[in-house]
Design a binder for this molecule. Structure first.
Ligand code: NDP
Ligand code: MG
Length: 391
């Protein structure tokens, strides 16, 4: 029996993880869960799964969480609160597996904590791989942790690289597929007029609000290029993005001999979660299977980086190195929030990113989690200033 800690339990990936865990009560025990502020949902999960520890990042909600648990007859559940709660749960001796399904750079401290504690990490929180860069991968290696990618493209690549030799890995190219978002087929649309409701309507995936906006701007794919660079140690000039509207091919590896290996499946996050939970065994996610006879066509085309400039910014950030990826990620988080609050336009998100990157850059790569968090905080302040100028 494996004890599992689920950070971001109330979110979209959290929900997929809960559904898969519920299929295997004899293999996994949900030991601890954490969220930011949604105490009602968190208490409900804690009661349903009989968890032992619960973390709530927003400390002002701890009393309400305690009340809800007591009311449900679960007053013995231990409550941790504040920003350190997720870090404590991630390094808890009693949990062997940590699922990081928190959104944003808020996941950085907990991901490093899980890596330092040598956990089996099921990793959905791409922002912490983007910010952590090589330092996170080094921390994983040095502490005997295992990092299994839940992000569907990286999960696909991980599967396609199974059995690859060191030489194969040195020569391969990675092809990240991308649905193209809701504005892919609307070249006539003036993107500055896009509303949050329009941008949140993703054509193929059901996801949280932040990643849905990132998918519409293609920043999500940009973050995934950076994520792939560090997870698979492949330089950015061998990482390509290809628009594939059907979201059936989840990504591909092109080997040195010209062979392409792809991973296909239905568009459900339960697949990668189940794969990572079971790895190296395969576990069924209990979802509908792909029917090859029902696939009328699979299309592939190049992304329009002039229209969706944030994808180009991600490659630029990798080329620049230093603090560039952390700054880009933080500026994007602030830009997305401002767009969702209708303070700036859809295209304003890219402007906030570009201006913040122009102002803040240090060629020195952060050498500790504290340095990463300090760059992130400075970039958030600068991005907030840029938002106020645009708003
Ligand atoms: P959601 O917005 O749906 O959920 C985010 C979760 O994070 C919520 O449970 C939220 O709690 C929690 N959270 C936020 N801040 C903290 C914190 N400081 N401590 C603890 N918990 C916190 O996001 P998604 O599930 O869509 O995405 C999660 C991550 O997975 C992102 O990094 C995303 O890029 C990645 N991802 C998501 C995919 C998807 O299909 N959704 C696909 C591939 C990757 P609360 O509810 O209380 O706010
Ligand atoms: Mg993805």
């Amino acid at each position: 029996m494996q004890n599992v800690c689920l950070l971001g339990a109330t979110g979209s990936v959290g929900q997929s993880a809960l559904e898969v865990l519920a299929l295997y009560p004899d293999k996994f025990r949900l030991f601890s869960v954490a969220a930011h502020s949604n105490v009602e949902k968190l208490a409900d999960i804690a009661v349903r799964f009989g968890v032992k520890r619960v973390g709530i990042a927003d400390a002002t909600k701890a009393d309400r969480l305690s009340y809800l648990l007591k009311e449900a007859g679960k007053g013995d559940v231990e409550i941790l609160s504040g920003t350190e709660a997720a870090v404590q749960l991630a390094s808890d001796n009693e949990a062997q597996t940590v699922i990081v399904a928190v959104v944003g750079a808020a996941g950085v401290p907990a991901t490093f904590a899980a890596a330092k504690a040598g956990k089996r990490i099921l990793h959905a929180n791409k922002e912490s791989v983007v910010c952590g860069g090589e330092l996170l991968q080094q921390t994983v290696r040095e502490n005997g942790a295992v990092m299994l990618p839940v992000d569907s493209e990286h999960n696909a690549i991980f599967q396609c690289l199974t059995g690859a030799s060191e030489e194969d890995r040195r020569q391969c190219r990675l092809w990240l597929t991308c649905s193209g978002g809701p504005f892919r087929d609307r070249p006539e649309l003036d993107l500055s007029t896009v509303t949050p409701a329009m941008a949140l309507a993703h054509p193929t995936w059901q996801m949280g609000r932040k990643i849905s906006i990132d998918s519409a701007t293609l920043m999500n794919k940009g973050l995934e290029v950076i994520e792939a660079r560090w997870l698979f140690d492949v330089p950015q000039d061998r990482i390509h993005v290809v628009i594939h509207p059907q979201s059936v091919v989840h990504s591909m590896v092109e080997y040195g001999d010209g062979s392409f290996i792809a991973q296909l499946g239905t568009a459900s996050m339960k697949h990668p979660v189940a794969y990572c939970l079971g790895w190296p065994e395969r576990l069924s996610a209990g979802t509908k299977r792909l029917d090859p006879f029902a696939l009328s066509q699979l299309n592939f085309c190049e992304p329009d980086v002039k229209r969706f400039v944030q994808l180009a910014y991600a490659y630029e950030a990798l080329r620049e190195g230093g603090t560039a990826s952390i700054v880009l990620n933080a500026a994007n988080e602030i830009g997305v929030e401002a767009f969702l609050n209708e303070r700036i336009s859809f295209t304003g998100i890219a402007e906030v990113c570009q201006r913040t990157m122009q102002v803040l850059f240090d060629p020195k790569t952060p050498a500790s989690v504290e340095e990463i968090l300090s760059v992130d905080a400075a970039a958030r302040r600068e991005a907030a200033y840029q938002v106020s100028k645009l708003a």
